[in-house]
Design a protein around this ligand. Structure first.
Ligand code: BV8
Ligand code: ZN
Length: 243
């Protein structure tokens, strides 16, 4: 791995446009349960069974309880060295974009600014009926109602079976297509369309790097694969980059 690290550092340092994609694994060391890890269960429910519009339609209170549980849990979590290393990368590189699948808000909390939260955020609420939407970090044990029209609010996230916000997907595609280095960090590459972003980068000639505890379905197609904890690997990758 060491040899690859030095090579990847040199490639990063020379990167004209670097795009990083992160998944739940980058927040694992902050104490946020991943989607598909053992702890991916909540009260014997799989996250995928609750993060869906039909689940909210059928049992809004249960789905909200799940999201309120996650909000309370994530509120106590702090960014880890992996999040902070990506802030460093943003500061050191002239042209960097971080695209995250995560909704925990930890990249923003760490200080990332060139950030696209492609699946939304636990801290955003939106009305199921009118255009009311807001950032809200308060305790919300009860399913919140819209202050404008009185209908139910819902988490401002993209559920399974829902399209991404068109502008977000368009921006992600255009940025990845222009990248010369694409980092895929802490994602199992099971969720579309994010799982296909590496292919778009490759098709446009980018060097592709995967950082994960273990191989994923995309590993075989990546130029480099670094196996280990993101909080160990990323700080080593970004140290001394601008020297
Ligand atoms: C859509 C918000 C179309 C909610 C999430 C083909 C094409 C298009 C769509 C589909 C398709 N096939 C299937 C679909 C439908 C679906 C999909 O992909 N389903 C999957 C389950 C098969 N996709 C969609 O529905 C998407 N919408 O395509 O719309 C459309 C168009 C028009 C009209 C209608 C529809 C929307 C998907 C968004 C879902 N929302 N989040 C919420 O969070 O509550 S996705 C959810 O999964 C999270 O955001 C999470 O981040 C994400 C992906 O999971 P990962 O991040 O990868 O996390 P995971 O636990 O799986 O893996 C963790 C990894 O980290 C592991 O590899 C582990 O080894 C590693 N790791 C652990 N610790 C560490 C580590 N690595 C490094 N260091 C460590 N310490
Ligand atoms: Zn409303």
């Amino acid at each position: 791995m060491q040899g690859n690290m030095e090579m990847i550092k040199a490639i990063l340092a020379g990167g004209k446009k670097v795009v990083a994609l992160t998944g739940a694994g980058i927040s694992a060391e902050s104490g946020v349960p991943t989607f598909r890890g053992r702890e991916g269960l909540w009260k014997n429910h799989h996250a995928e069974d609750l993060a869906r519009p039909d689940a909210f339609e059928a049992k809004p209170e249960l789905v909200w309880e799940f999201y309120n549980w996650r909000r309370d849990l994530v509120k106590k979590c702090e960014p880890n060295p992996a999040h902070l290393a990506l802030v460093e990368l943003e500061l050191q590189l002239p042209n960097f974009l971080l695209i995250t699948q995560n909704v925990d808000g930890l990249h923003a909390k760490a200080g990332s600014r060139k950030l696209l939260e492609m699946h939304g955020s636990l801290w955003r609420l939106k009305c199921t009926t009118c255009t009311h939407a807001r950032e809200d970090f308060s305790e919300l044990p009860e399913l919140p109602e819209c202050p404008v029209c009185g209908h139910l609010l819902r988490p401002g996230v993209v559920w399974f079976g829902e399209p991404l916000v068109p502008g977000v997907l368009k921006l992600a595609i255009s940025q990845i297509a222009a990248a010369d280095v694409f980092l895929s960090i802490g994602t199992s590459n099971m969720v579309q369309p994010a799982a296909s972003f590496y292919q778009l980068a490759k098709d446009h000639g980018a060097v592709t790097v995967e950082i994960n505890l273990e191989p994923t379905p995309n590993t075989g197609f990546m130029d480099f694969a670094l196996h280990g904890k993101a909080a160990d690997i990323l700080p080593k990758l970004v140290t001394g980059l601008s020297e």
